[in-house]
Ligand binder design. Structure first.
Ligand code: SIN
Ligand code: CO
Length: 382
């Protein structure tokens, strides 16, 4: 388990979404959750997004993975970056949990980088906020407050910005954390080979949400009102769309957004989807599948139920109770709601939490379905 060592209240009030800050030794007793070799192993996989960025002889290059050979990293001036590592490595998923004072729907992924000496991705601005945790090695970081800067693309793939004024200029050591809000320019170069962990957050824009909502309505065949115009006065301008008509059509569109049930259900599905696939342990063989009796045998053994790394599980605390996992909704009986909530709020739940359900098999059908789909699995207590 990773624990933060700063005042969360003060951080949220003074820095979150406002200005960058250095949280010196922000994680207690930090040890790298994975090695550079394990990171390279992930970068060899087809369905994991990875890049190698180099800056040699004044020229930037960015190559997309998967990679078979890491010789191109060389001795200096390059970085290997792997996205969504929290989906593939339980220790990295645990590291992200240190930031669970921000709700899960806001979390995006953990990107891990390994940099050789002087390696870095160059000065740039991200649209999302991020906590950058220093692992082994040291790295020189410069971070500026929001400022007007020209942005351009290097090597067709890398978004860079011009020189900026840095408000933070620091050498990060293992366990140090930098918080960078959206729009703040930053750059970091390794002083010696270094591991960095970027816990990133998502902030959907209105356009993405609206287009997601439109897909949701089609998928669920949501009933929608149609435009009507009884007692319309005869028109003398055949080609004109009158202001009144625009107001009426606008109201019609907004009427769909004004349905709290639809929008909440849509947000549950939409926000529980993730951009990366996970290493789910789907129990597809009939003999491996869990049923009510196996569930109870596992509880009696005192096993813990763990959420698979990277799986996003959210809930709406309104009736009828619903759980949203990986873009799908599950109806939960009121009597097992406390358990469903715990499974979303915590990455592991011990078997005592199930005791209340010993008598009624039906109450846990949803859980059996989720375990068989590979989203949760039983494990020994560690
Ligand atoms: C890195 O770890 O090199 C990149 C982190 C970032 O700038 O967002
Ligand atoms: Co960045």
């Amino acid at each position: 388990m990773y624990k933060t060592a700063f005042s969360i209240d003060q951080f949220m009030a003074e820095f979150w979404q406002q200005r960058p800050c250095l949280l010196k030794q922000g994680i207690i007793d930090f040890v790298d959750p994975l090695s550079a070799e394990e990171l390279a192993g992930l970068a060899m996989e087809e369905d994991i997004q990875s890049r190698i960025v180099s800056h040699k002889a004044g020229h930037w290059t960015a190559l997309q993975g998967p990679f078979e050979d890491f010789g191109i990293l060389g001795e200096s001036h390059s970085s290997l970056l792997v996205q969504g590592v929290n989906h593939w490595n339980g220790n990295i998923a645990n590291l992200a949990e240190a930031f669970s004072f921000i709700p899960n729907w806001r979390f995006d992924d953990v990107m891990v980088s390994y940099s050789t000496t002087k390696g870095g991705v160059g000065p740039h601005i991200d649209q999302y906020c991020v906590f950058i945790i220093q692992g082994s090695g040291t790295r020189h970081w410069r971070v500026g407050n929001k400022q007007v800067l020209k942005e351009f693309t290097s090597d067709d793939k890398l978004k860079h910005c011009e020189d900026f004024i840095a408000d933070i200029d620091v050498i990060l050591e293992p366990g140090d954390v930098l918080y960078i809000p959206p729009g703040c320019p930053h750059e970091g170069y390794a002083i010696e080979p270094a591991m960095n962990y970027s816990v990133g957050f998502r902030a959907p824009d209105a356009k993405e949400l609206l287009s997601g909502f439109a897909d949701y309505m089609l998928r669920h065949d949501v009933k929608a009102k149609r435009f009507i115009d009884p007692k319309r006065p005869p028109s003398k301008e055949y080609g004109r769309i009158a202001e009144n008509d625009i107001i009426g059509l606008n109201k019609l569109m907004i009427s769909l957004l004004n349905s709290p049930t639809n929008t909440a259900h849509f947000l549950g599905e939409y926000l529980s989807e993730t951009a990366h696939s996970s290493d789910l342990c789907v129990l597809s063989d009939a003999e491996d599948q869990i049923d009510y009796h196996r569930l109870h045998a596992n509880m009696d053994e005192g096993l813990v139920l763990k959420r698979c790394a990277g799986v996003k599980a959210l809930y709406l605390d309104v009736l009828p109770y619903q759980l949203f996992v990986d873009g799908h909704a599950y109806k939960i009986p009121t009597c097992s709601w406390a358990l469903a909530k715990s499974l979303c709020d915590y990455s592991r739940v011990d078997s005592h939490s199930f005791r209340a359900f010993n008598e009624d098999a039906k109450q846990l059908d949803w859980l059996i379905e989720l375990i068989n789909a590979g989203y949760w699995y039983f494990d020994e207590i560690d």
